[in-house]
Design a protein around this ligand. Sequence first.
Ligand code: ARG
Length: 461
Amino acid sequence: KANQQWGGRYADGPAAIMKEINASIGFDYRLWQQDIQGSLAHAAMLAKKGIISQEDEQAIRKGLEEIAEEIRTGLFKFDENLEDIHMNIEARLSEKIGEAGKRLHTARSRNDQVATDFRLWLREQIDHICQTLSSLMLALSERAAEYAATPMPGFTHLQTAQPITFGHHLLAYVEMLHRDYTRLQDGRGRLNECPLGSAALAGTSFPIDRAMTATLLGFDRPTANSLDAVSDRDFALEYLSSLSIMAMHLSRLAEEIVIWCSAPFSFIRLSDAFTTGSSIMPQKRNPDAAELARAKIGRIAGAFSTLLMVMKGLPLAYAKDMQEDKEPVFAATDAIMLTLAAMEGMILDMQPNTHKMYELASSGFSTATDLADWLVRVLKLPFRTAHHITGRLVSKAEQKGLRLDELSLTDMQAEEPQITEDVFSVLSLEASLASRISEGGTAPKNVTKAAQAWLSKLKAQ
Ligand code: ARG
């Protein structure tokens, strides 16, 4: 039979396959709270403007509150014949309160309705994600404060480069995640305009008050152009792109956890709570959570790409293509929330093996740059010359199977006669670390200060 919401001119119902491709209730039920919230604001405005009566508005409010309760308690029957969440709720409302329910859709279209619901939903998710993100940043900052002076090898090309501290490494991620946080907040500011009242595409002839619904729903203002309001999803794309960048950061951290847990590195140990065993190899402790956190970017960046392709080339205004905006956004949201929480769990769980980190930080000629810097600072040699001399000393130490600070002064002087005993003062790991006091550098005292600054900032939030 024809659709009860729009089937006036229809004699026949849809083909089964039409129904299947058309219905979105299977996923957009997740917008139910926002849909009811939007309808309550719309009805209040209609009554205030005398477009519907006060009695109707009261009946609508009561009906919608009951529906919310039915959905919350699992009693509500979602019906695929009613396509989407908007018509499921509206149909139930009319069923409950009759005529008044049928007046709710005055001066409104599903086009402005869904755009409003979706913005409300995303706004709430941004707030959840930012909270969870802050909590991860707090965990990282706490661990960073704990290990502000703990040496570890810093890598470039995954080759030992210079000593750094573990705290400094962890705080690098706090900086990245903080930028992710601000990116989401920037997007939140732009999405916080209310499409309601744009109606199908052209606005409405009813004397509505768009500022009122915008305020009731916590938006900063109504959107300025009715066509734009119902036909763009750039706010969702911006959200997904911010999530993709965040997932990329989390993926790098996850990868480092995987590397750090590996037997040859053994920089950290994850407890039984965050590893799994192998069904065949009894010795294994696999960092599955980290690997999955590394992989989630696939879904998240995939979601961004999906929606970008859906929107590409769509003529104004609304087209049903846009119903495909929700699943990628839901999927990406679920994936990032899970990843953030698992990551926080691992960061709090990990036990660093500071001996192993120290050992690797002092091997691999990690203080070679300090030697070259000493030649420049004390002997006033040009850096390129110093680099060359140091290279020869590294090669000599390598041949003898020694660390740089184990070479004798005679060995050193064979390459550069002006070298004195003083050179050994810069070759130790501790001296190297302590000397990196330039702004943003890895010296333990810098790192302690930075960790404290993050801790007070994050705790104040
Ligand atoms: N379920 C639809 C969506 O998600 C609601 C808007 C439908 N509007 C329309 N004119 N068919 O986009």
